[in-house]
Design a protein around this ligand. Structure first.
Ligand SMILES: [Zn+2]
Length: 262
């Protein structure tokens, strides 16, 4: 007689991790309570009580929720969550997002500013590390500043960033031919920090999304600005956090790449 049942060897991932244990760890690790933020950070949607698989996404949308469920995840960690300090009627797309998540038992944990600013897995710390920024230190509230190991032309620097993100950068050479050495980094929407970057004596600011009202600042203050995309500059944190969760709890994870082009 043969036994067709395969040997079942339980792994940490199969047993899973209680959601309460995971969210408590995330709240502490990210120092969620220490940030004043217009995002309601933390566990926004409570799904299954046990987590066996994680999805990481920059945004929460019907599409990212669908993809997370299809990947078999029961926890999705996001940078941009569903709740932003303002009560929302549970209608239209908001209802569909919530219903899909709840029907599938998918929890959603959001971390906005805490995940921009985090010294180990933050969007800005991860970009600083990827660009080999020396003497990297916090700046602009959530960002980083430091020096590249050697000066690059603005074009070469933009190409390095493009290799990192896989997307074309928008380059404003306000420095008038100055290369890139003293660099500031602000993930997401950081054009408002151009003035502060110039005051700090930086030659270049790397940020995500341009704003028309700040176009002239760079040229009048003589500083380069490289816009690498709001989405693209914020993929670093959720990926690093998911990898950190795997290290801590043995949970498999998947990054949901759903670029906005913005
Ligand atoms: Zn953002």
């Amino acid at each position: 007689m043969t036994d067709p049942t395969p040997q079942d060897t339980p792994t940490p991932a199969k047993r899973g991790v209680p959601l309460t244990e995971l969210t408590a760890w995330l709240d502490t690790y990210l120092r969620t309570a220490d940030f004043k933020d217009w995002s309601n950070n933390g566990l926004q949607v409570e799904g299954n009580s046990v987590v066996t698989r994680v999805a990481a996404s920059v945004d929460t949308s019907e599409r990212s929720i669908e993809d997370a469920i299809a990947s078999g995840a029961n926890l999705m960690i996001v940078h941009h969550g569903l709740f932003w300090n303002k009560p929302l009627m549970v209608t239209g797309p908001h209802r569909r997002r919530l219903q899909a998540a709840l029907d599938a038992g998918l929890s959603i944990y959001a971390s906005h500013l805490p995940l921009d600013a985090h010294p180990e897995v933050g969007n800005n710390a991860m970009m600083a590390f990827a660009l080999s920024l020396q003497n990297a230190r916090p700046a602009f509230g959530i960002g980083q500043m430091g020096e590249l190991p050697y000066e690059l032309t603005l074009q070469d620097f933009a190409e390095r960033v493009q290799k990192l993100t896989g997307e074309i950068c928008l380059v404003h050479g306000g420095g008038g031919g100055t290369g890139v050495h003293r660099l500031g980094i602000v993930s997401g929407s950081g054009a408002e920090y151009i003035t502060q970057a110039a005051e700090l004596g930086l030659d270049t600011l790397l940020t995500g999304e341009p704003e028309h009202k700040h176009f002239h600042d760079a040229f009048e203050l003589g500083i380069n600005v490289v816009y690498a995309g709001h989405y693209e500059t914020e993929t670093f944190g959720v990926r690093a956090l998911a990898a950190r969760l795997e290290e801590q709890f043995g949970l498999p994870w998947q990054f949901l790449h759903l670029p906005t082009g913005l």
